[in-house]
Design a protein around this ligand. Structure first.
Ligand SMILES: Cc1cc2nc3c(=O)[nH]c(=O)nc-3n(C[C@H](O)[C@H](O)[C@H](O)COP(=O)(O)O)c2cc1C
Ligand code: SF4
Ligand code: SF4
Ligand code: SF4
Length: 597
C-alpha cells in the first residue's frame, strides 16, 4: 500500500452492486489510466458503508471526501476534479435532511457521528476479497495470540468477562456457551456460524460477510480452539450469492496462508470450515432446525434440552453462534475484555448493529453502543421521519418483536429494556412507522409471515397462527366482531405458552403488542368499520361533502372505476360498492370536497 498516494473506495455491498458500483469501478479505473494515474491511485471495492439509502458510495482516502448516489458517468469528473485538481465535486456531496447543509466528510454526518463500529469496523474500509488488506488491519493477530499465548480456558474467560451476548436474538452469554461446549467431553465437536438471517428487512449479517468475511472465519477458529472443535460450518441462505462468493474467496486465501488447515501458527491446532446452504426458510435459523438442515434432514426444530452444546450436529457437542457475535470476537481478544465491557449498559455490553428502515430519512445499517436511545437512532442518526410526518411507532425484533411508541423513545436500548416495553432486540431489524401506517395491518403482515414460515410440526403454531391470521384478515376487511379482540389475546397467549420453538413462541408478539398500544385502532376497524390511515382498502370509504362540491367533474374524470356520478355544476356522489379506495378523487379535487377515510 505504501507506493499508493490515494485510495478510492467504492461500496461493493449488494445494494450498491445492484446500483452499478461495478460499472463505477471500471469507469474510475479507465479514467485513472487515461490520465496516467493508475499506478499511484488505487480503486478498492469495499464492503457496505452502511448508508444504503445514499448509495452507491465512493470515498476518497486520505482526502476523506465522501460522495453519494454516484453514477458511472460521474467517474470522469471525480478523477479530473478531486484527484487531479484537488477540488471537491459539490453536487455529489451528501446533504443533511433537516438542514440541507452539504457535508464532505463522513465523520461530520449525523448518520455516522453517534455510531461506534466494532462488528462493522472493516466494512467500507478494506477490500474483502484480499486477505492482505484484512491482515494489514490486524487481521489474524488475535488467532495468533490465542494459539501461541492462551489456553482454552483463558480464551473463554476473556469472552465471559467481556459480557458479550449472542447477537442472533436470544442474547445468551457467548463465553458461557463456549464453556458449556468445552465441558461436553467428546472426541468430535463442531462450531457453526448461523448466517441464515431470515428476518424480513434485516441485512446485518449479510453485510458483515460481504464486507469483512475474515473477521468471521478468524473468530470461528478462535471459538473452535476454545471449545475443542476442529470442524466448522457456515450455514448461509443461498439467496446471499455475493456473501457466499466472498466467503469462498476468503476460505481459499486463508487456507493458502495456512490460517486454516493443519498446525495453524505452528501449533497442534487443526481447523477448517465448510459452507452449507439454506433454502431461505425462516425456521431454519432456529439452531436445532438449522442443525437438522445441515445434516441434510428436514429443517424442523426439536425440543431443548438437549442443547446443541451437549448434542448437536451429528449428535456431537456443537456451538452455534451468529455472524455478528463472531464479528465482535477478534476485537475483544486484541483489545481486552475491560475495553469491551466499558461500552454499553450494565447487562448488555458492546454495540449492536441495526438495519434501520421504513419511514426514516437515512435508511441503512447502523452500529451503536448498547444504551443508545431509540430517539437518537431515529432522529439523530436516521435524520427523522420522511416528509416531516408524525412518528407513530418502531418495530424492533422483526416478526418476533413488537412495537414501541413515542412514550418510550427515550428508553436506552438493551436486551432487558426492550423486553420491559413489550418488544425485543431480536437480530436487529428496526422498522420505523409514521402516521400513515395502520397498526392492524402491520400486525397482519408479520403474522402472515410467521404463519407462512411455520414448519407445521406443532398444533398451537400451525393452527393457532392460522386462526389468528383469519381473524385479522376479517377485521381488516370490515368483518370483525367485538369478541375478536379477546379471541386474539387468548389465542396469542396460548400459542406463546405451548408452541415448541421460538418461532411459535414469539409469533403472536406483533399482534399482542399492537393491541396493547393501539387497541383503539382495532376497535375502530371492528366497531366503526374505519381504518384511520386508509390502508385497509375495504374500510377506506371516500365520500364527497355536498356543501363543498361545486361539480367541477375533475374527480369523476380521474376515477379509474367510474364510480363517481353527477352532472357538471351539480354535487357528485361516490358509489361505495364500486369504490376501490385508490384516493385519485381526493388528489384531483381542488375544493377539498373529497373526504378521506
Ligand atoms: C425462528 C427463529 C429464527 C432464528 N433465526 C436466526 C438467524 O437467522 N440467525 C441467528 O443467528 N439466529 C437465529 N435464531 C437464534 C438461533 O436459534 C440461535 O439462538 C443463535 O444462532 C445463537 O447464536 P448467538 O448466541 O450468537 O446469538 C433464530 C431463532 C428462532 C426461534
Ligand atoms: S412452533 Fe411453529 S415453527 Fe416451531 S416447531 Fe412448532 S410448528 Fe414448527
Ligand atoms: S377513491 Fe378511487 S375508486 Fe373511489 S371514488 Fe375516488 S377515484 Fe373512484
Ligand atoms: S373534484 Fe371536488 S368539486 Fe369537483 S366534482 Fe369532484 S368532489 Fe366535486
Amino acid at each position: 500500500m505504501s507506493k499508493i498516494r490515494s485510495h478510492i473506495m467504492v461500496c461493493g455491498g449488494t445494494g450498491c452492486v445492484s446500483s452499478s458500483s461495478e460499472e463505477i469501478i471500471s469507469s474510475l479505473k479507465s479514467e485513472l489510466k487515461k490520465n496516467g494515474y493508475d499506478k499511484e491511485i488505487k480503486v478498492v471495492k469495499t464492503g457496505c458503508f452502511g448508508f444504503c439509502g445514499q448509495g452507491p458510495i465512493v470515498k476518497i482516502h486520505p482526502d476523506n471526501v465522501f460522495y453519494v448516489k454516484v453514477k458511472p458517468e460521474d467517474a470522469k469528473e471525480i478523477i479530473e476534479e478531486q484527484i487531479i485538481k484537488g477540488r471537491k465535486v459539490e453536487r455529489l456531496l451528501y446533504s443533511e435532511p433537516v438542514t440541507d447543509i452539504k457535508l464532505d466528510e463522513y465523520s461530520k454526518m449525523n448518520f455516522y457521528k453517534k455510531q461506534y463500529r466494532i462488528a462493522l469496523r472493516n466494512c467500507g474500509l478494506i477490500n474483502p476479497e484480499d486477505i492482505n488488506e484484512y491482515i494489514a488491519f490486524n487481521g489474524y493477530e488475535a488467532l495468533g495470540k490465542v494459539l501461541t499465548e492462551m489456553t482454552q480456558d483463558d480464551v473463554i474467560k476473556v469472552i465471559k468477562d467481556s459480557g458479550l451476548r449472542g447477537r442472533g436474538g436470544g442474547g445468551f452469554p457467548t463465553g458461557l456457551k463456549w464453556e458449556f461446549t468445552k465441558r461436553s467431553i467428546n472426541d468430535q465437536k463442531y462450531i457453526i456460524c448461523n448466517a441464515d438471517e431470515g428476518d424480513p428487512g434485516a441485512f446485518m449479517d449479510r453485510s458483515i460477510l460481504e464486507g469483512d468475511p475474515h473477521s468471521v472465519l478468524e473468530a470461528m477458529a478462535i471459538g473452535a480452539y476454545a471449545i475443542g472443535a476442529n470442524h466448522g460450518v457456515i450455514y448461509i441462505r443461498a439467496e446471499y450469492p455475493l456473501a457466499i462468493h466472498r466467503l469462498e474467496i476468503a476460505l481459499k486465501q486463508a487456507r493458502e496462508l495456512g490460517l486454516l488447515g493443519n498446525n495453524i501458527f505452528s501449533s497442534d491446532f487443526n481447523f477448517d470450515i465448510e459452507i452449507k446452504f439454506g433454502a431461505g426458510a425462516f425456521v431454519c435459523g432456529e439452531e436445532t432446525a438449522l442443525i437438522h438442515s445441515v445434516e441434510g434432514c428436514r429443517g424442523e426444530p426439536t425440543k431443548k434440552p438437549p442443547y446443541p452444546a451437549e448434542s448437536g450436529y451429528n449428535g456431537k457437542p456443537t456451538c452455534v453462534n451468529n455472524v455478528e457475535t463472531f464479528a465482535n470476537i477478534t476485537s475483544i481478544i486484541n483489545k481486552g475484555s475491560k475495553w469491551f465491557s466499558s461500552i454499553g449498559t450494565e447487562k448488555s455490553k458492546g454495540t449492536k448493529v441495526f438495519a434501520l428502515a421504513g419511514k426514516v430519512n437515512n435508511v441503512g445499517l447502523v452500529e451503536v453502543p448498547m444504551g443508545t436511545t431509540l430517539r437518537e437512532i431515529i432522529y439523530d442518526i436516521g435524520g427523522g421521519i420522511t416528509d416531516d410526518k408524525d412518528f407513530k411507532a418502531v418495530q424492533t425484533g422483526g416478526p418476533s418483536g413488537g412495537v414501541i411508541t413515542k412514550a418510550d423513545l427515550d428508553t436506552p436500548i438493551d436486551y432487558e429494556s426492550l423486553k420491559s416495553i413489550g418488544s425485543m432486540m431480536g437480530s436487529g431489524g428496526m422498522i420505523v412507522m409514521d402516521e400513515d401506517n395502520c397498526m392492524v395491518n402491520i400486525a397482519k403482515f408479520y403474522l402472515e409471515f410467521t404463519q407462512d414460515e411455520s414448519c407445521g410440526k406443532c398444533t398451537p403454531c400451525r393452527v393457532g397462527t392460522k386462526r389468528m391470521y383469519e381473524i385479522l384478515d376479517r377485521i381488516t376487511n370490515g368483518e370483525g366482531v367485538p369478541e375478536d379482540i379477546d379471541k386474539l389475546i387468548e389465542l396469542g397467549n396460548m400459542i406463546k405458552d405451548t408452541a415448541l420453538c421460538g418461532l411459535g413462541q414469539t409469533a403472536p408478539n406483533p399482534v399482542l403488542s399492537t393491541l396493547h398500544y393501539f387497541r383503539e385502532e382495532y376497535e375502530a376497524h371492528i366497531n366503526d368499520k374505519k381504518c384511520f390511515t386508509g390502508t385497509c382498502k375495504a374500510l377506506a370509504k371516500y365520500s364527497i361533502d355536498p356543501e363543498k362540491c361545486i361539480g367541477c367533474t375533475a374527480c369523476a374524470r380521474k376515477c379509474p372505476v367510474d364510480c363517481i356520478s353527477g352532472s357538471p355544476k351539480e354535487v357528485h356522489v361516490i358509489d361505495q360498492d364500486k369504490c376501490i379506495a385508490c384516493g385519485a378523487c381526493y388528489d384531483a379535487c381542488k375544493f377539498d370536497a373529497v373526504i378521506k377515510p
